[in-house]
Design a binder for this molecule. Structure first.
Ligand SMILES: [Zn+2]
Length: 303
């Protein structure tokens, strides 16, 4: 079935109206003035990145960062046999909350009870909660931004969090486009309600990750208020494609009154934060516990 036909087969059923998932904030925040550090002044003290806070060790390890192309931790991979391995499993979700939340576009799985997507990292299982987008990329690589970045936010039973990040590069040709992103953006453009995918599943692992793919891993923070630190970060080395039209529609949203981003120049990326000596290691996606289909030609919403 062609992508268009597959998309046409999606029955997007509005399940419920919903409010802002992020709950009551200390004060409204935006991206307009954050480069002068105003988030901490609006009631989010962790965003200042001060070290040695009693309940937040290594709060100085904030995100995003500029990843050195050859981090010191790279040698750990050779020293450690198989190296750091991530596994990512699950069939995907039938029900997804498609949210335009004023800061980004977010597809939320946990809000509708789907716990199917599980990443195993350093012996702990993390369940995917939601994914969302940034333009331009938040993390940098060797001093360079990519066009966009998608964050897959996971949480373990003990409350600890893991973000799996994938860089997105604006494609130049139709055959370079990513089917998962194409179809996900069609949903964002059609609706911002809870949707039920009739007879299909949304699986970001299958759509975005590849077995054997290498990544950088390090400790960091939420890149939005309250900037909570101590998060595990995994950033894939190689970008996947985003279509120019999808990128344009997301940027238009950020510049629209609905995005509350009229002063942000159509961007929603926090500037990179100091490395402050944090270790950065290389790892790869385990080939054995991975159900994903790869980034090229993989059906995003599989039957
Ligand atoms: Zn993010």
């Amino acid at each position: 079935m062609g992508l268009f036909a597959m998309l046409a087969a999606i029955a997007a059923v509005a399940l419920a109206e919903h409010g802002n998932l992020r709950g009551a904030a200390a004060q409204p925040w935006d991206y307009a003035n954050f480069h002068v550090g105003d988030w901490q002044k609006k009631g989010y003290p962790l965003c200042a990145g001060l070290p040695a806070l009693p309940e937040h060790p290594h709060n100085e390890w904030q995100s995003p960062i500029d990843i050195p192309p050859r981090p010191d931790g790279a040698k750990a991979r050779a020293d450690d046999g198989e190296g750091l391995q991530l596994s990512a499993e699950g069939e995907g979700c039938h029900r997804v909350r498609m949210e335009h939340n004023g800061h980004t576009w977010e597809a939320n799985f946990a809000a509708l009870g789907c716990t199917s997507l599980v990443a195993t990292w350093k012996g702990k299982n993390y369940t995917m909660q939601e994914l969302h987008f940034h333009v331009e990329s938040e993390n940098m690589l060797g001093g360079h931004h990519q066009d966009m970045e998608v964050h897959m936010v996971h949480q373990a039973d003990d409350g600890s969090q893991l973000v799996i990040a994938q860089f997105l590069a604006r494609s130049q040709a139709v055959d370079e486009e990513n089917p998962f992103l194409n179809e996900t953006f069609r949903l964002f453009e059609q609706t911002y309600r809870d949707v039920e995918l009739s007879g299909m599943l949304m699986n970001p692992y299958a759509g975005l990750l590849r077995a054997g793919e290498e990544f950088y891993s390090f400790l960091g923070s939420l890149t939005t208020p309250p900037c909570t630190s101590g998060l595990e970060w995994i950033v894939m080395r190689e970008p996947t494609w985003i279509s120019p039209g999808d990128m344009d529609s997301f940027e238009e949203y950020l510049m629209s009154p609905a995005g509350y981003q009229a002063d942000s120049y159509g961007r929603d990326d926090r500037p990179v934060q100091p490395l402050n000596g944090r270790p950065i290691a290389l790892g790869s996606i385990s080939a054995t516990n991975f159900l994903g289909g790869g980034t090229s030609g993989a059906p995003a919403l599989s039957p």
